[in-house]
Design a protein around this ligand. Sequence first.
Ligand code: AMP
Ligand code: GLY
Length: 451
Amino acid sequence: MFSCLFWGACFEGIGYLCFVNVLLLGSGGREHAFAMKMAQSDRLNNLYIAPGNAGTAQFGKNVSLNPTDVVAVFQFCKDNQIQLVVPGNEDPLVAGISDYIEAQAAQEGLDIKVAGPSHWCAQLEGSKDFSKAFMGRHAIPTARYQSFALSQLDEAAAFMKTLEPPYVLKADGLAAGKGVIITTSFEEAMETLREMTDGSKFGKAGEVVVIEEFLKGIELSVFGISDGKDWKVLASAKDYKRIFDNDEGPNTGGMGAISPVPFADEAFMQKVIDRILKPTYEGLVSEGHPYKGFLFVGLMNVGGDPFVIEYNVRMGDPETEAIFPRLKTPMLDLLKAMAGGNLGAVDVALDSQTAATIFLVSGGYPGDIEKGKVIEFPNAVGEDQWLFHAGTKQEGESVVTNGGRVIAVTSLGEDIPSALLRSNTLASQIHFDGKFNRTDIGLDLMKYHTL
Ligand code: AMP
Ligand code: GLY
């Protein structure tokens, strides 16, 4: 093992001297994509993934460590000379991992950086009420809203009567992507509100509920990166959240993604920059909380105008599996610049091809699923094609299913149809009992190619 003697200097631009030990937190397809991209750097020394999956294990060592146990994560960093921590999902960020690790490291004279935002900034994802109030303070376009607790049901009913159905109810806190209820029935909305605010539906996360206006349009996500001083647009992507074709059935973690989004053209992206990204990053600085890390802005395109549906303080899954294969900038450079305050010196370069990602999931997902099904893989994967593991586990000689979302299949192509054809063909060569995938990923976007 080669330990870096010059880590402080790494962040000041002589990174070529340094070999870096990295701890990546998470276990999804997103983390497989992070691990793969980081492993392309010859300056990566040791990569640990907590807890990881069978895909991340190809690039580093999976370790049994709870990512939200910030004390244990810091101890692990000390024991393994980690210099960079990369949180994949939101839980450790909302738990305050960035502040804790960097403060402890400073106290002990260690240089450990975290490529993710502070606890304060992570409230943009951790609390819907917080993020709506932030958008209000900075005139960032979003749906009209008010927040209510159990003692305010009459006021909530009065506010809902000012809105056109459908009604959108959002649990304030983190609810594993399930905290948004949309219904056209006023009575059902009131009943749901009661169940949320009394804690019976989402526990503490639902005790405050944001009720907001329904936005009619087409969704997309735009990702930004920043180091607290400079910020840049990373890419656009569109996720497909429902389990069945035509956006039917329950919400999932995401069944596929396309990047870039054809209707997010230069004019639309300029509106996103001027009306949303700029006021968001500048607003955070003006409130004394500069943002460092990836920022995921969920948007609704309403007749050509972008409105924020939500902020997430991390990359998306499966958007990452579509965006990272397009990324030409070395991942480790990007992460180090983000964590170390040097992003201004790094160019973000993306392949202009389209990426199409299709998730293969276990039968029954997002409800009850069976694990442990042996996965059969094709003998070879083509150029510019990737299989990102999510719910998978190595069991002896076999890789078996270990979760709802199992494998994300990504291909690049010169347009959506060609990327999709490649991904669908590859997806059909993977087998496990109960395998299911959507067959309409990207089809809604085809028409924009001809505009
Ligand atoms: P969120 O967890 O806030 O991203 O919401 C989950 C999903 O609910 C989004 O991806 C949208 O499809 C939908 N949604 C959330 N807020 C609204 C809104 N104000 N209008 C229409 N759809 C919404
Ligand atoms: N794909 C949605 C998310 O990562 O939250």
